[in-house]
Design a protein around this ligand. Sequence first.
Ligand code: AHR
Length: 492
Amino acid sequence: TVNNSKVVINIQTQGTDTISKHIYGHFSEHLGRCIYNGLYVGEENKIIPNTEGVRNDIIAALKELQIPNLRWPGGCFADTYHWKDGVGPKEERPTIVNRWWGGTTEDNSFGTHNFLNLCEVLGAEPYLSGNVGSGTVQELIDWVQYTNHADKSPMADWRRENGREEPWNVKYWGVGNEAWGCGGNMTAEYYADLYRKYATFMAGWSTNTKIFRIASGATDSDYHWTETLMKNVPHELMEAVALHDYAVFDWVDKGPSVNFDEDVYFKTMDEALKMEEYVTKHIEIMDKYDPENKIALFVDEWGGWYDAEPSVANGVLFQQNTMRDVMLAGTVLNTFNNHARRVKMANLAQVVNVLQAVILTDEEKMILTPTYHVMNMYKVHQDATLLPSEINNNPEYRKLPTISVSASKDKNENTHISLVNIDATKAHEVIINIDNIKDISASILASEKIQDHNTFENPDKVKPENFTDFKVEDGKIIVTIPAFSLIVFEGK
Ligand code: AHR
């Protein structure tokens, strides 16, 4: 059915803020089959084509997405990870027990060189998460020196011995992860003090790079955490503050990733749309202490988190990905775009085989999830100018705003509008007012059922299609957007 009342969206034709490409970032953690038997199948693997052990099919898929950055090695894992155990001859590396994720024993065969070389191949900026919880200041500054120092120094010499002459010039450095939880169960005040010490010593080792130090941030609505960091940390020591928010309505019973009903769909979307409120309020606090907008907000973990698929061996946090995830990603990315002034990076959790993954693998098979297609359709916003928009007469789906939008103009003067209808049952007529736009084309991501997803047997069940079912009249786009669908318009 179509809802009768018309939604009206006004889009300005000029804007001042750039949508940082880093909003379209990803996250890879030593967790389940994200790294081992996911991204990384080993240099010796003769069955699955690979580059330095990383699957070529995954490399190609991520290049197509133009992923701007990749965060590693965690997550909770980061605060147990000792990077020196992952460099040098592989046969001499000690093992590490992954105490957060399944207690598996890893052989440290995927280490700093693998990760940073992979980022180079992808053309993505690496984002390294430092170990504050169980590491030391010395260990972290040695990592900075190892990766970034161009001249003679103990760590740069060790890097050369291990086969890498030039520094990688890593810009993004996380100072711990979830310090309020798995990163050490610290108070905001204690972490702020500890952060000051780490951040002080991290500077000065990078020959060609000004590093970006990212303070471990709040979860969801923990505004006290952000307030404490902004108040207690000298601003010259902190380039970004993080925020984590997963769309989970019940941490004990998260519900299945595929066989959910409409009530559960609604509950997930209710959580997902809270991102708007969280980001708005954390930004308000940052604006109070940093009116010049110098410190960025990085939402360096976000996404849907459901019960893991029980059928998959070693599938810690392995879940399927449906049209519900399309709605989640489409609306949350619109929120990030619309807050581009302060939100300068975001990292979807996680890139392969974990949580809201864009890629799933099964032995030599690989599929792209519906969320992959959202990222691919939205990549047009990367580094484009945000065009502010407002929605009038937005109907409610249950109690949630039904339509979500963001718009941008790229360097070639192409305008893109990403429109989402989260209503599970009704199409909605939308009138988009935007002056001087012509040659409009569009693509749509839609499917028959909200539970539809891609499988290894049917990998293209959910995929974008060309969309022509709209009219252009007197500077207006008039479209009936189907229930639970996402459309991206392009015009000149
Ligand atoms: O992404 C899974 C986990 O979620 C990460 O390790 C942690 O940072 C967060 O709690």
